[in-house]
Ligand binder design. Sequence first.
Ligand SMILES: [Zn+2]
Length: 61
Amino acid sequence: MKTDMDAPPVLGLPLEAPAVNPNCGVCAALARQRADARAAGDFSKVADVNVELRSHQAAIS
Ligand SMILES: [Zn+2]
């Protein structure tokens, strides 16, 4: 009998949210989208925006 449980997806935690550069318009726009999504309870959107932030910051660093 299989008894191992699936790890629950971690939702709603601000885990490793990328730092936002306050001097960067793209970061600011993404941070606003993320805050809006979080306020709406849309955590898959929050995760999407975090991915965008990370790839944006990787692209410019
Ligand atoms: Zn940026």
